[in-house]
Write a protein that binds this ligand. Sequence first.
Ligand code: 2AM
Ligand code: CA
Length: 277
Amino acid sequence: MATRSALINVMAKAADKAARGLVRDFGEVEQLQVSRKGPADFVSAADRKAEDILRAELQRARPDFGFLMEESGETQGRDGHRWIVDPLDGTTNFLHGLPHWSISIAAEKDGEVLAGVVYDPIRDELFWAEKGGGAFVNHTRLRVSGRRKLEDAVIATGTPFKGRGDSPAFLAQLGAIMPEVAGIRRFGSAALDLAYVAAGRYDGFWETGLAPWDMAAGMLIVSEAGGFVTEINGARDPLGTGSVLAANDQMHLQLLRLLKSAAKPRVAPRPQAPSAG
Ligand code: 2AM
Ligand code: CA
């Protein structure tokens, strides 16, 4: 059985408190689908309320830590520690009454993530990890999947939305990976996607254009579960670039190869016509 440190307990308690409000609000979202204004304003209020609860709880427990939060941005701390918080990851799901969203909290010191939790209140699954201590869901130890063949793999991703992100690049990545694997999934919470890689439910996950609060906790949970996390080109700064590829070691190598092939220009450039004169 897993023993949780004081730091993890602080994060878990804050997540639990914020989750109670979110679950209540989620129950009301369906009723609001028909109202004139629609549920969008309601959901962003729910999101901000959750962030306020998280800030208050985390601040009370660790007054010297700074913050990087999705809704309210950055607050400097006093001792190099910082909380990186997404109060509601999977907002579009929440808004549509789809029961797949999470709260993500990471604790960072001088740029290194020390601990992370990703909480799914609907399934009551708390994914958590502390650097060097392994990864867990509730009291159960996590391990990335042992699958080695792409043809057996289920791979998660995130798609560009609302005209944001590079759609042609994404379609090239999908075109490279889709024919090789057993299935592609797009569930809409990057934090849970990473947690599911750690749990061996997905064999891999890639996405670009993410923010640090989508990834910080989930990345540590994957690496503590024995997985590999890089950018989609293999480089080492997913948090800085928002590009992430997470998988077990075998699968990571194979996915990286496919993603690199997708990044190459598909059509050879046309030869330049000789200039006149
Ligand atoms: P969010 O719910 O906190 O906004 C999924 O592709 C990831 O992209 C999610 O982690 C999600 O985080 C983020 N995202 C931001 N805006 C989005 C949108 N309009 N539609 C889908 N995902 C969005
Ligand atoms: Ca998010």
